[in-house]
Design a protein around this ligand. Structure first.
Ligand code: ZN
Length: 293
């Protein structure tokens, strides 16, 4: 399931394919994904221009001309492909396809940066394909800049508002486990199961530890570990993006070097104790019983 780094990688790939470009045509293959898609979505998107793309937690927010924005969530299995030619066929799970006109304000420099930075996008037209086999993804078109889904979200973990003081205050008196608290998007945005496990490992904190005990040096270590695992993953995503020249143009998924996640029974990379797994709130947690307290 895509978390903050994967979504950020997708956003970065979409910038050259979408920003400053008009949607020449739109295909919407079904009326719903996780929820019903906005009515007449294809018609409402055609002829619109993407002004900017930002990310909030695991959501991509694309501002269009005419004071409307598009909200995109990749769900469990959503992915994006960018083609520099019209796809020969519409795949079974290709639910939305946007044909993007060449960039409007194509000064030479940005067009070149574009061609270099992205999978398949160039100074010519391109096709952005949203594929989602399990259909937990989510697309909405709304007026203004702020969608209710992101309005009460906690701070961005890579932003200035996310500090040890903030985290200690947000966790204060919480008796549930820290692992579960990290998945709460109102406490901190964008962290899912994989990076919660990884950050707790690098901070030396047990996933079972009571959230309310995280303060002082522990809060400092956890904030730092969260930032480090996310930044490292974003870097790897950027690397995979640069290396990605396959005609399929799929972006957003990359093999991540993980210390404990998905590695039950394998030796801890720090002390060689076998990594353990436990279930918390229905999700698997992976941890080293020796390193994490
Ligand atoms: Zn260990």
């Amino acid at each position: 399931m895509p978390e903050l780094p994967e979504v950020e990688t997708v956003r970065r790939a979409l910038v050259p394919a979408c920003e400053g470009r008009e949607i020449a045509s739109a295909y919407v293959g079904r009326p719903d994904l996780r929820w019903p898609l906005p009515e007449n979505l294809a018609t409402r998107l055609t002829g619109r221009t993407f002004m900017s793309l930002s990310r909030r937690g695991k959501f991509i927010l694309a501002r269009l001309d005419g004071h409307e924005s598009l909200l995109l969530h990749l769900g469990m299995s959503g992915s994006i492909r960018i083609h520099d030619h019209r796809p020969d066929m519409v795949g079974k799970h290709d639910h939305v396809i946007l044909e993007m006109a060449p960039p409007k304000s194509a000064d030479g420099a940005s067009a070149n940066a574009l061609a270099n930075a992205s999978a398949g996008a160039s100074a010519g037209p391109c096709w952005v394909v949203f594929n989602d086999p399990r259909r937990f993804g989510w697309i909405d078109l709304f007026a203004g800049d702020t969608h209710p889904m992101v309005a009460d979200m906690g701070p961005e973990p890579l932003g200035n508002l996310f500090s040890e003081d903030y985290l200690a205050a947000a966790l204060d008196r919480r008796t549930g486990p820290i692992k579960t608290a990290l998945l709460n998007q109102q406490i901190v945005a964008g962290i899912g199961n994989i990076y919660a496990c990884e950050a707790l490992f690098y901070a030396g904190l047990s996933p079972r530890r009571k959230a309310g005990t995280i303060r002082g040096a522990r809060a400092e270590r956890l904030v730092q570990s969260i930032r480090e695992v996310l930044l490292r993953a974003i870097d790897e995503g950027g690397t995979s993006l640069r290396d990605h020249v396959q005609p399929g143009g799929e972006i957003g998924y990359f093999v991540q070097k993980l210390a404990v996640y998905g590695r039950a029974g394998e030796p801890c990379p720090a002390c060689a104790t076998p990594v353990r797994m436990l279930t918390q709130s229905g999700r698997s947690s992976f941890y080293c019983p020796t390193c994490q307290r």
